[in-house]
Design a binder for this molecule. Structure first.
Ligand code: NAD
Ligand code: MN
Length: 358
């Protein structure tokens, strides 16, 4: 019997709504497979917890998480708590303390769905963004000065270490080695950002020399954003700094049908610490409480978790269930043009998991 313990953080807004469906799918997987158990510990760490306790998680929160094999997150953020507080006190400490330096974000159009890009099909939209997840523009360094005067200013430093840059690029190149066309597209902005980005480009060059059979394309981030729209079929592995990767992947989500369909994995490749799996969307206050959030991004993140655990059959079982439901097109949430609730779509995915194991 394989056994894994998961720390579950449903979070705020639609986070708990989509997490309920994710956990149902997990149970279905256990029943379908028989030889695997996922024990869950549910954490009530969210903005409500913050309003009661003055912090987003207990003082020993990271120690609690460290004792688990995996972390599953819904979404964090509520209007009553400033976003930089909820993000910097919960999500970012987890990513950093556990060296989850790879943020893997597939951009894949599911069969049966149409891209808002009129002439692009699912054959054109299938690549992965590797986002640096621990440093770069999200540095927590800098400060605000001269408040209340006309000279008021804010400075935010970007931090690019050789160690951090090399390891994310190495991961991206190793991933490209396993892909059919072996190509890496690196995002840069070395014309305008004149210290960190030339440094990034130099390291791209160095790591590319270690992979002579991988083709490298280096594009400025602004041009690259446009290419996501005009020729997404040319990408296979896109690697980007923390901020650039964050922005590119919301764009990536948009071209494959929206944020409800975009999963992510925060990975510690050395497996010294738990990795974390989450949808890339936030708590969506505009639709929270209505029961209409799309749970697919959350469920898809479970499939990524199975890949991380080297359980490709279970990963495929989940993905096939999602794809069949989407292709049948009968039970879809409003963001996909349907009338179903979050729960109805979750139930339909579960039903297809059982069908897939018969
Ligand atoms: P968001 O992702 O929450 O929402 C953006 C838009 O996408 C909204 O119109 C929303 O309704 C829609 N949407 C998102 N997920 C959906 C789903 N599963 N199904 C259907 N529609 C969906 O981004 P935002 O509005 O910029 O941020 C809201 C809050 O979430 C903020 O507090 C922000 O800080 C937080 N946030 C958290 C995370 C995280 O937990 N990792 C990520 C991004 C934003
Ligand atoms: Mn984001």
């Amino acid at each position: 019997m394989l056994q894994y313990s998961i720390a579950v953080i449903p979070g705020d807004g639609i986070g708990p709504e989509v997490m309920d469906e994710g956990l149902k799918v997990l149970t279905a997987v256990e029943e379908a497979h028989g030889g695997i158990r996922f024990t869950r510990e549910i954490m009530d760490w969210n903005c409500q917890y913050y309003l009661t306790n003055g912090r987003m998680m207990p003082e020993n929160g990271l120690d609690i998480l460290k004792d688990h094999d995996l972390i599953l997150l819904g979404a964090i953020g509520a209007p009553e708590v400033p976003d930089h507080v909820s993000v910097w006190e919960l999500i970012l400490p987890i990513r950093r303390s556990f060296s989850q330096y790879v943020n893997l974000r597939p951009v894949k159009l599911l069969k049966g769905l149409e891209s808002p890009l009129r002439y692009k099909s699912h054959a054109d939209l299938d690549f992965v963004v590797v986002r640096e997840n621990t440093e770069g523009e999200y540095s927590n360094m800098g400060g605000r000065m001269h408040q209340g005067t006309p000279y008021e200013m804010a400075v935010q430093n970007n931090v690019f270490t050789r160690y951090g840059t090399e390891r994310i690029l190495r991961y991206a190149y190793a991933l490209a080695e396993k892909r059919p066309t072996k190509s890496v597209t690196a995002a840069t902005k070395s014309n305008g950002i004149n210290h960190s980005m030339p440094f990034w480009d130099e390291i791209v060059k160095e790591i590319s020399l270690e992979h002579p059979d991988v083709r490298t394309n280096l594009y400025h981030i602004d041009a690259l954003a446009a290419y996501f729209i005009t020729r997404p079929e040319t990408f296979e592995v896109v690697v980007a700094s923390n901020l650039f990767g964050d922005i590119l992947t919301d764009l990536g989500a948009a071209i494959v049908g929206g944020l409800g369909l975009a999963p992510s994995a925060n990975i510690n490749p050395e497996r010294q610490y738990p990795s974390m799996f989450e949808p890339i969307h936030g708590s969506a206050p505009d639709i929270a409480g209505k029961g209409i959030a799309n749970p697919i991004a959350q469920v898809w993140s479970l499939s990524m978790m199975m890949d991380h655990l080297d359980l490709p059959e279970i990963s495929a079982l989940i993905m096939n269930a999602i794809e069949q439901v989407v292709q049948e097109g009968k039970v879809l949430t409003p963001d996909l043009g349907g009338k179903a609730t979050t729960r109805e779509l979750g139930d339909e995915i579960v039903r297809h998991i059982y069908l897939g194991t018969r």
